[in-house]
Design a protein around this ligand. Structure first.
Ligand SMILES: [Zn+2]
Length: 160
């Protein structure tokens, strides 16, 4: 069965940076509903269209198609006193906007002279990445899955 609109696709993936170093891979297979439901990067979804079990795709994406360009307005300096004493570079913090309730993740990128630099950009922002995916399984989605816009069952969405 070929991957098309409303296919449920299971895949393994590996992601590489511009120098070919592997930066991410899945542990359990990724299962997603194909067909523009915004469940997977659009460039990857386009490359998977028409593929079938056993096929491997490779997509090289510029930042715009992957995790975006670096937004300098998401980089802030804060007073070190606002952070826990065991602060280290690379730590992640979550903030919640009291007005909108939206949460944002910040990464500590520098600690210097009582100031902490935090960066809210995706760690892969500004990077060209290559995404390799191996198709493990393809099945038709159920009507309920299509109505919800996501996969149910193993690897998918669970409802209470
Ligand atoms: Zn659902």
């Amino acid at each position: 069965m070929q991957i098309s609109m409303n296919s449920v696709v299971s895949l393994n993936y590996e992601m590489f940076d511009a120098s070919g170093v592997m930066i991410d891979k899945n542990h359990d297979p990724i299962v997603y509903l194909h067909g523009g439901y915004d469940n997977i990067l659009p460039a990857v979804e386009a490359a998977l269209d028409g593929q079938e079990v056993g096929k491997t795709i490779s997509v090289t994406m510029d930042p715009d198609d992957a995790f975006g360009e670096v937004d300098p307005s998401l980089v802030h300096e804060e007073d070190v006193g606002l952070f826990p004493p065991d602060l280290e570079i690379g730590m992640m913090f979550e903030t919640r906007d009291p007005e909108t309730g939206e949460s944002a993740q910040f990464r500590v990128t520098a600690i210097d002279a009582g100031k902490v630099t935090v960066d809210g950009n995706h760690p892969l922002a500004g990077m060209q990445v290559r995404f390799e995916a191996h198709v493990l399984d393809v099945r038709p989605a159920t009507e309920e899955e299509i109505a919800h816009g996501h996969v149910h069952g193993a690897g998918g969405h669970h409802h209470e």
